[in-house]
Design a protein around this ligand. Structure first.
Ligand code: ADP
Ligand code: MG
Length: 727
């Protein structure tokens, strides 16, 4: 019962040459470190295998006996792969992942040593979780939290540790993580969507939401990055004059990948493939040293786990190459920031993509049903969707003419716009046989399988239909996809439930045929959701004005954007669908706002420190050089020195002026912080946004001016051109 063991580069602490052979096919070592169905088949008794499979597809509970035999098999498999430790792997509300490693090794009462790992340890653990954010949940209720096995996401080995994906909840059942509400949302979506699919196809028993994320990131030389306290502490450059050459020549996008980066990517892909993350495309992005990695799409829960895992692996692999990954949404001014497009669709257990037009009128009516319901859901909850991507980092990116604006709108392309326009004209109530035939043949039947203008799609739209899926582009590169995915799947589930009710009512009360009832309901939705559709340039001024006219929300800052999350209608929605209760919602709000304030606070502190400890002393040093020069000229030329030293003297004055502006700015900023820090959370967030953050710009402006004036040799901080153009 042994399987081939591929060594992970992460097993060794120091950097070793690549273990893998390039000539080997990826399919050969794909998921080699994953306890998936294949591995289970080898290591699990049939009875347990079936029970776990059942739990994965229908969510049934796994009993004690099965848990024990699964744990035994998992341990045996993991040890055969070189694992020495295990951990419950979860996603606390910090947005990252957490793990606490325990050795399999244990000492028995008689003193003998064994490799211990049983069902109890697999199913449930009680990590000392007091330092994870809980937004007051564990203060008001119970002090403890526990992690519980999520069998729908397979266990994997990272380095030499067996990682078991788990949810993290309080003893009273409140979710303390990102995964729990997501699983609840996916469940309700499955229920709602399956019922709606039944109108078209009775053989469908389950609907899975699918997610294909595209991770953008920057890579820097780790040593250069280490010379920048802002980059190591805040994850982004808080100052630094833009380099003369940035992205204006458009020579980075899809350009050739630098050799050093290429090595990193190969190793990263190798690790990802071992972990079953189906990475597929890699390419340069728009900005210098910006890249993108995208996998083949997967079921949402697994895709979310894989994205979190990938971010973790990326940092580890980068370290081995003396590189530093920046996930921040806006690491450098003057060049594009990073996002994480979330491609989303719905797939049936029979293999149908519900957002893909088909070849028959019935399939197309099914497509239109899910397509229009999604648009209606986004229309009704656009503000909540905007809130789901709000963060201190993303505030710097959204609306900066490189990423979608803070206004949510939906792009569907010319062909589908025409189809919806036709459908809108359908007569209300019963349809004549002629109308029905017409509709089926000339409207619904005419939707081509490949939509022309969706390949040449509108890149400025935050929520674009791209042929067989929607692409949510406002998500930030640091985000845990669970948040936007929880919102999207919840609002679509809610919409589908409503749709089913309305259609059934038309059938039962008005005596309409099924198709008539569906057409009627869709027609109303098309009318009701028109204002969310926008095909034009989302980056333009004109759209900002038009969106205001349409009364679409346009929340530019995180504190404004997330207010909707605790609005009574939001709480009602989540409670009705069992996704989150009021306690969980309020706790999350507090955590998000706290994190937002803390991030700005760190940026403010770091900027103040660098400006005072690096920039000003360096400027003084250079000013002294100039003063010495002026004095020397005076010694030689006496009264004639003035004309000879005039430029130097202007520089001396300019340096003093910039230094003084920096100092005044920092003092005022610190004073503002002192005031803000005493306020209650909401007011504090407002203050950080509107009073403290604006100082960043002024302080930076003067620092960057000094960078241009001061002799290059003296400047202690790596400059943008060095950071962005390393080889
Ligand atoms: P782009 O030009 O935006 O890179 P691609 O066509 O390469 O577009 O696809 C982008 C992403 O869409 C990929 O990560 C892919 O996995 C994902 N994707 C494709 N089909 C689906 C689907 N049915 N559901 C979810 N994601 C999908
Ligand atoms: Mg994309």
């Amino acid at each position: 019962m042994s399987t081939i063991r591929y060594k992970s580069v992460l097993e060794a602490r120091s950097h070793k040459p690549l273990y893998f052979e390039d000539k080997e096919k990826k399919s050969q070592y794909f998921a080699n470190k994953v306890f998936n169905t294949n591995a289970m088949r080898q290591f699990l008794p049939v009875e347990a295998l079936n029970a776990v499979a059942e739990a994965i597809s229908t969510g049934t509970k796994i009993d004690r006996k099965i848990a024990h035999s699964t744990a035994a098999a998992m341990k045996q498999w993991a040890i055969s792969k070189g694992a020495t430790h295990y951990t419950h792997w979860f996603q606390p509300l910090t947005g990252t992942t957490a793990e606490k490693h325990d050795a399999f090794f244990d000492i028995m009462p008689d003193g003998s040593a064994i490799e211990q790992f049983d069902g109890g340890q697999l199913v449930q653990q009680e990590p000392d979780a007091s330092s994870f954010p809980h937004g007051g949940i564990r203060n008001t209720f119970e002090a403890r939290g526990y992690t519980a096995w999520d069998p729908t996401s397979p266990a994997f080995i990272l380095g030499s540790t067996l990682c078991i994906p788990t949810v993290f909840v309080s003893y009273t059942g409140e979710a303390l993580d990102n995964k729990t509400p997501l699983l609840r949302a996916l469940n309700i979506l499955d229920e709602a969507a399956t019922q709606v699919v039944q109108y078209f196809d009775k053989s469908v028993k389950k609907v899975n939401a699918t997610l294909g994320w595209e991770q953008e990131y920057f890579l820097l030389d780790a040593s250069l990055a280490a010379s920048r306290p802002d980059i190591s502490q805040a994850g982004r450059a808080l100052l630094g004059h833009a380099s003369a050459k940035g992205q204006q020549l458009d020579d980075h996008y899809f350009g050739s990948i630098p050799a050093r980066v290429f090595q990193f990517m190969r190793e990263l892909e190798y690790e990802s493939i071992l972990l079953g993350i189906p990475v597929k495309t890699r390419h340069n992005e728009v900005a210098p040293n910006q890249f993108e990695l995208a996998p083949v799409f997967e079921e949402v829960n697994l895709a979310v786990d894989h994205n979190s895992l990938l971010m973790d692996v990326m940092e580890k692999v980068a370290e081995k190459h003396n590189l530093k990954v920046l996930f921040h949404e806006k690491p450098f001014a003057g060049v594009n920031g990073s996002g994480k497009h979330n491609n989303w669709s719905l797939a049936t257990d029979t293999g149908t993509n519900l957002l893909s037009p088909g070849t028959t009128p019935t399939k197309n009516l099914q497509f239109l049903t899910f397509f229009i319901n999604t648009i209606k859901a986004v229309h009704d909850h656009e503000e909540l969707l905007r809130a789901s991507v709000a963060s201190a980092g993303n505030d710097y990116r959204l609306g900066a003419s490189e990423a979608p604006p803070s206004i949510i709108s939906v792009f569907i392309g010319k062909q589908l716009t025409q189809v919806l326009d036709e459908l809108e004209k359908v007569t209300a109530g019963k349809l004549s046989p002629q109308e029905k035939t017409d509709l089926k043949l000339n409207v619904v039947g005419k939707i081509p399988e490949i939509l022309q203008d969706n390949t040449d799609r509108n890149r400025t739209s935050p929520f674009a239909f791209t042929g067989n899926k929607f692409e949510f582009r406002a998500v930030g590169s640091t985000a845990n996809c669970a948040k936007p995915m929880t919102v999207l799947n919840t609002i679509v589930a809610n919409q589908l439930i409503q749709f089913k009710k309305e259609v059934d009512k038309l059938i039962d009360k008005k005596g309409l045929k099924k198709d008539e009832a569906i057409f009627n309901t869709l027609r109303e939705y098309i009318k009701a959701s028109k204002k969310i559709r926008f095909e034009g340039d989302g980056y333009s001024e004109a759209w900002q004005k038009e969106a205001t006219k349409r009364k679409l929300s346009n929340n530019k800052t995180t504190p404004d954007a997330i207010k909707i999350q605790i609005a009574p209608e939001t709480i009602k929605l989540y409670e009705k669908l069992g996704v989150m209760n009021a306690t969980e919602i309020n706790a999350r709000q507090e955590i998000e706002l706290e994190e937002y304030v803390k991030r700005l606070q760190i940026e403010s502190r770091v900027l103040g420190d660098i400006a005072r400890n690096h920039v000003i002393p360096t400027a003084i040093r250079y000013q002294n050089v100039l003063i010495k020069n002026v004095k020397g000229l005076k010694d030689i030329y006496q009264e004639d020195y003035k004309s000879l030293a005039s430029e130097q003297m202007k520089l001396i004055e300019a340096i003093s002026n910039h230094m003084s502006a920096i100092n005044t700015g920092i003092t005022a900023m610190i004073n503002a912080r002192k005031v803000a820090n005493k306020l209650e959370l909401n007011a504090r967030a407002e203050d950080y946004t509107h009073t403290i953050k604006p100082y960043f710009e002024t302080i930076r402006y003067h620092c960057d001016k000094l960078e241009l004036l001061v002799e290059d040799k003296l400047w202690p901080l790596s400059k943008s051109r060095e950071l962005l153009f390393f080889r």
